[in-house]
Write a protein that binds this ligand. Structure first.
Ligand SMILES: [Zn+2]
Length: 135
């Protein structure tokens, strides 16, 4: 869902500073979406271009997950939120570096990339975007 793999085995902290959310932009109606889709959910156009979305936004609403999917138990409880980015695009993601009791709707956050799990014998490492409070 919100986790996806990046083909970069190291330097992920550096990556975090440079990476942007890769969304889609509808050339027909101007709607921005994340993740990128083949058909615009607003107007049905297929003229979708890749676009970099802003890293910063604010928390619109959130939920605290007490029963995570397999492989994410270590992070229990974790917080999922809908973030409205600076350009108005809404994205769904996990909050990090914050206690559930500290979250407030409207608080400002920025995207970061975090290692989320190391799976089995392959040793594969997955990364995910998350949002952390602005300092
Ligand atoms: Zn559209």
């Amino acid at each position: 869902m919100w986790a996806y793999r990046l083909n970069i085995p190291s330097h992920w902290r550096l990556l975090s500073e440079r990476y942007r959310l890769a969304g889609g932009y509808c050339e027909n109606c101007g709607h921005k979406m994340f993740p990128k889709q083949k058909i615009c959910p607003k107007c049905g156009s297929e003229k979708i271009k890749p676009v970099e979305l802003p890293r910063r936004g604010k928390v619109i609403t959130y939920t605290i997950v007490q029963t995570p999917p397999r492989g994410f138990e270590y992070y229990t409880p974790y917080i999922l939120a809908i973030i409205e980015l600076e350009d108005g695009t809404r994205v769904f993601g996990q909050l990090t570096d914050i206690e559930p009791s500290e979250i407030q709707e409207g608080m400002e956050v920025e995207m970061t990339i975090r290692k989320v799990r190391v799976s089995g014998e392959s040793g594969a490492i997955a990364y995910a975007y998350k949002f952390r409070p602005l300092e």
